[in-house]
Design a protein around this ligand. Structure first.
Ligand code: SAJ
Length: 410
């Protein structure tokens, strides 16, 4: 085996782990992707994918067919272990680290001296140190005690994933990366590994700063979206078009306001700020408030629809879009889905939902074609700025009550 070709185990084959594993395999490394989901493992071993992301199918197919990538339910010995498992929150908005801890304990028997362990999952501050402590507990032979300090004989770093769903393959290579090591060797050697496949800059720091940097990036976005969402409520009260307002204000050279919407969805921005709030509840006032503003927006939209529906005897409400953002099929934490479900449950009228990126329907409700919704609905509720909705003939909207939460039809 060439010295720069490594054996790599990737723990977790989701939106981050699978693209990463496939990319590394196409760079010539021998990659074993590990997941607890047998159906996902079988699908990948057939060269197919269980998630939707542009061009990922081609990459996975080529990685699997080259023999460099295979999926498995169990890890094995390797040079590098990458952990890319979910880090959700539990009741009370505290981080649920079960998957990271389980992945660490699962790889522990296979780790050898001089191996590299990399945590990519977005994690609360202190998680990389926690991985070190779990390993020290499971495998004391991987650590030296010197001068009262425990020195790891393995490299452990945090390299937070930063890719945008919908652009994962491009951003996996082009984004700058932050490497936070538990010691100098960890950060330098891990940075060297990332520089071998990343074209962006690779910046090094300590593990806690790297963890906080990732949480900060997503909180920055959440706070700024909350500002836009709060403006949309204020403008509604004052009879001002918020989209025109933002466009005008953004012509100032130092102003860059984001876009209001029906709320913030996805598994990242709606989750990660809570990791900061839970670690520093006294101080993180603005970050908590932003979460509350964004989480309150679906309810505001719901009330808006209900008040418009009052003037109809048997209102038909068309919900356009269910995904958490434009041109994807991802429904996780989606405010559009939440609003649609609550509208149905409220019994305020007949709801016709349309989601062009999802095939078939849902257990609780059917999906309709856009033409049928446009024809039959009294109230059109635009929830996601999908391409399919942007081109709708404005003439068809004239007879309808339109609630456009994304400013697509203004
Ligand atoms: N949204 C708005 N208004 C905006 C921008 C977004 O309402 O102006 C909404 C979207 O509709 C969506 C939510 O925010 O519901 C989040 O969408 P997004 O496109 O901003 O971000 P994500 O969650 O798809 O990906 C984010 C990215 N982080 C940043 O941009 C700082 C990505 O780079 C991260 O890798 C990802 O989180 C992650 O995995 O943490």
């Amino acid at each position: 085996m060439q010295s720069n070709v490594k054996k790599i185990v990737v723990m977790g084959l989701g939106y981050i782990g699978l693209p990463t594993a496939s990319l590394l395999a196409t760079k010539g490394h021998h990659v074993v992707g590990v997941d607890i989901n047998k159906a996902a493992v079988d699908t990948i071993n057939q060269g197919e994918i269980h998630i939707v992301e542009p061009d990922l199918d081609i990459l996975v197919k080529s990685a699997v067919h080259s023999g460099k990538l295979r999926a498995s339910l169990v890890p094995e010995e390797a040079d590098i272990f990458i952990i890319a498992v979910p880090t959700p929150f539990k009741d009370g908005y505290t981080p649920d680290m079960t998957c990271v801890e389980a992945a660490t304990r699962t790889i522990a028997p296979f780790v050898a001296v001089d191996n590299m362990i990399i945590l990519e999952s977005t994690s609360p501050v202190g998680t990389t140190e926690r991985i070190r402590d779990i390993l020290a507990e499971e495998r004391p032979d991987l650590f030296n005690a010197a001068g009262g300090k425990t020195m790891a004989r393995v490299m452990i770093s945090h390299c937070p994933e930063r890719v945008l769903p919908g652009q994962i393959l491009k951003e996996l290579v082009s984004n700058d990366r932050i490497i936070g090591g538990i010691d100098q060797t960890s950060r330098e050697k891990t940075a060297e590994f990332y520089r071998s496949f990343v074209s962006g800059q690779v910046l090094v720091t300590d593990a806690r700063t790297a963890e906080m940097a990732k949480l900060t990036e997503n909180s920055f976005r959440d706070v700024n979206i909350a500002f836009a969402n709060e403006l949309s409520l204020i403008c509604d009260r004052l009879g001002i078009n918020v989209w025109e307002l933002i466009e005008l204000a953004n012509r100032h050279p130092r102003v860059n306001i984001l876009q209001p919407g029906p709320g913030v969805g996805g598994h990242c921005i709606a989750v990660d700020p809570w990791f900061i709030v839970s670690a520093a509840p006294e101080e993180a006032k603005l970050i908590r408030m932003a979460r509350q503003v964004n989480d309150g927006k679906p309810h505001w939209v719901l009330e808006k629809v209900k008040s418009k529906a009052e003037k109809f005897k048997h209102p038909v409400i068309g919900c356009l879009g269910l995904a958490f953002k434009a041109d994807i099929d991802d429904l996780r934490e989606s405010p559009a889905l939440e609003i649609t479900r609550e509208l149905i449950a409220s019994g305020v009228g007949r709801v016709m939902a349309c989601e062009p990126n999802v095939q078939g329907g849902f257990e609780e409700f059917p999906l309709y074609e856009i033409q049928d919704v446009l024809r039959e609905a009294d109230i059109l509720l635009l929830l996601v700025d999908h391409q399919e909705f942007k081109g709708v003939d404005r003439e068809l909207l004239k007879e309808k009550v339109v609630i456009d939460t994304r400013g697509v039809w203004r």
